[in-house]
Write a protein that binds this ligand. Structure first.
Ligand SMILES: Nc1ncnc2c1ncn2[C@@H]1O[C@H](COP(=O)(O)OP(=O)(O)O)[C@@H](O)[C@H]1O
Ligand SMILES: [Mg+2]
Length: 322
């Protein structure tokens, strides 16, 4: 039996662009699927198809046991969606927006009020609750949009980049909310650009690029596939960075990655501690001083880099600053 969110051979084209090019996944009830991929990979398109907002060209989608293409209205009653762009009524207050969602879902007025108050509190919006939302900052709108998706505690949730643009404190709040939801049995499909978020929250991860699934598994499985350890060196003097990179390249089993501002060089290796000693010796022989050196396992960022050829793009919380 398919899980709570099931996709088979989904295809969606926009002119020449194959936004979805045969996507399959199956999310068991009560688990979180992290859908990862670079910009333009097809994440939002997948979410829109599964939430009935967009008709695929072909393929099959079943959500909460209901065929999405045959019974879209029925599906809508079982899902919650938090979009990449806040969809709230500008002229209503935050509280009114949330109460309205409750009423749309036929909650009793008293329950809708209680739930609205609870969510406003939870998302640090209580002080602004009775102001029209057009006075809210970008970050406040995002939080309200998330709160709106949580009013009815639906059995299946879709969150498209729920924490993009949130500051670290509100991101933490969001993670707690998500963990609570999942502990309560909700099935969740989450897209994110923050790989740490997928690492923390997702049971399974599906990496897509150009509309195709290019890898899937648990975070640990993906890290194991990416293979091997990394040597990470922090060079003391920025002027010696290029030289040190040249030395490390000689030991590497793949591309070196250099971060100028932290003076950190990372390179995939095999050879463990013995190799580390050789690296230290070579750097020392050239008189390159180091602040730090170590071996570490690949992170999900390394997995993403090796699969897609580029790093995850992370939006800065500029919205919060508005
Ligand atoms: N309504 C649309 N019209 C034309 N092209 C679209 C539309 N929606 C998405 N696309 C294209 O489909 C591809 C996938 O987009 P999207 O699903 O938004 O990616 P992601 O959410 O992973 O960044 C991109 O090339 C995008 O430009
Ligand atoms: Mg998107």
């Amino acid at each position: 039996m398919p899980g709570a969110i099931y996709a088979e051979g989904l295809v969606k084209t926009f002119g020449d662009v194959r936004a979805l090019d045969g996507v399959d996944f199956d999310v068991p009830e009560g688990t979180v699927l992290g859908l990862l991929g670079p910009n333009g990979a097809g994440k939002t398109t997948a979410v829109r198809v599964l939430t009935t907002l967009l008709q695929p060209d072909s393929g099959k989608a079943v959500v909460a046991g209901i065929d999405v293409l045959k019974h879209p209205n029925e599906v809508r009653r079982h899902i919650g969606l938090s979009g990449q762009f806040a969809a709230v009524d500008e002229y209503l207050t935050g509280r009114e927006n949330l109460q309205m969602v409750g009423q749309l879902y036929q909650m009793k007025s008293r329950d809708a009020k209680l739930r609205a108050a609870e969510l406003l509190d939870r998302f640090n919006l209580a002080d602004a609750a009775d102001r029209p939302t057009k006075t809210y900052s970008g970050g406040m709108r995002r939080r309200l949009d998330l709160a709106a998706a949580l009013v009815v505690k639906p059995p299946v949730m879709f969150m498209d980049e729920p924490t993009t643009g949130l500051d670290p404190r509100n991101r933490q709040v969001m993670w707690e909310v998500i963990q609570d939801l999942v502990a309560g049995g909700t099935t969740l499909l989450l897209t994110t650009q923050y790989l740490e978020e997928a690492d923390q929250l997702a049971h399974d991860i599906c990496v897509i690029d150009h509309g195709k699934v290019i890898a899937r598994g648990t975070s640990d499985q993906l890290k194991a596939q990416t293979g091997g350890e990394r040597v990470e060196v922090v060079v003391h003097e920025r002027e010696r960075l290029a030289e040190a990179e040249g030395i490390l390249r000689g030991f590497g089993k793949g591309d070196t990655k250099t971060e100028d501002h932290t003076r950190r060089i990372t390179v995939p290796v095999d050879g463990g501690a013995k190799l580390l000693a050789e690296v230290i010796r070579d750097l020392d022989a050239r008189g390159i001083e180091i602040d730090d050196i170590g071996l570490r396992r690949p992170t999900l960022d390394d997995v993403f880099l090796s699969l897609t050829g580029h790093e995850a793009e992370v939006a800065t919380p500029e919205e919060e600053a508005k």
